[in-house]
Design a protein around this ligand. Structure first.
Ligand SMILES: C[S@@+](CC[C@H](N)C(=O)[O-])C[C@H]1O[C@@H](n2cnc3c(N)ncnc32)[C@H](O)[C@@H]1O
Length: 212
């Protein structure tokens, strides 16, 4: 899968990328009650403009993306000084309050996640094949402290449509994956996307812990 994603970025096959801020982020993030200043983890971040929106709403952002092309395109389109450094085996590129870690999400560990207090997943879970999703949900839970909140934008395909990525993840699977470690609330199913045979599904998650 790693090589496939690298090929996609090299060849510009990035139909998942949106030129607008995601409407569900704008609509639901303020309702999560994440304190301004809280650092937001964005796994499998691509060059999502949603990271700029989070940054502009007083959240330091930590994105993780394996394709250096995505990171270079993100900072090239942004404004402000770029600093680069190496940390914990990752090449990190920072612009304003967005830091982008180049490498495999599954190699990012709790010691590196010290300040993270929230997360945003749009098209991360659904980028992963079925066998890897369990690992993703577990790894995310390891990185997030009790009480931390996150927004998940998943995707539903018609029954029998096994295509992907983006993969369809049914509501039951979202619950099975996350409920062991998170309180899971379904917020909305979007309208079917014209000509694409799927629709988005939006969830609020709160990391369980001793007090949650
Ligand atoms: C479907 S795209 C979504 C990107 C972004 N979240 C968005 O909304 O535009 C999935 C991204 O995850 C990256 N990716 C896939 N597997 C990864 C991994 N194990 N670690 C880090 N990035 C990964 C891919 O290169 C791709 O940019």
């Amino acid at each position: 899968m790693v090589n496939e994603w690298r090929d996609r970025w090299r060849e510009g096959r990035i139909g998942f990328h949106r030129e607008q801020i995601h409407s569900s982020l704008v609509r639901y993030w303020p309702l999560l009650g994440v304190t301004p200043g809280t650092k937001v983890l964005v796994p499998l971040c691509g060059k999502s403009l949603d990271m700029r929106w989070l940054g502009q709403h007083d959240h330091p952002v930590l994105g993780i993306e394996l394709a250096p092309e995505a990171i270079e395109q993100f900072v090239a389109a942004g404004a402000g000084e770029i600093s680069r450094y190496r940390q914990g085996g990752f090449d990190v590129c920072r612009q304003g309050n967005v830091e982008l870690w180049c490498g495999d999400f599954f190699h990012f560990h709790i010691e590196q996640a010290a300040e993270i207090g929230a997360f945003y997943d749009r098209a991360a879970l659904i980028a992963l094949p079925p066998a890897t999703r369990q690992r993703y949900a577990f790894h995310l839970a390891q990185l997030i402290p009790p009480g931390a909140r996150g927004l998940l934008i998943s995707l539903i395909r018609a029954p029998g449509d096994e295509g992907g990525p983006p993969f369809g993840v049914a509501a039951e699977e979202v619950r099975e994956l996350f409920e062991p470690n998170f309180q899971v609330t379904h917020l909305e199913d979007g309208e079917p996307e014209p000509g694409r045979g799927f629709r988005e599904s939006v969830w609020a998650l709160v990391r369980r812990g001793p007090s949650v």
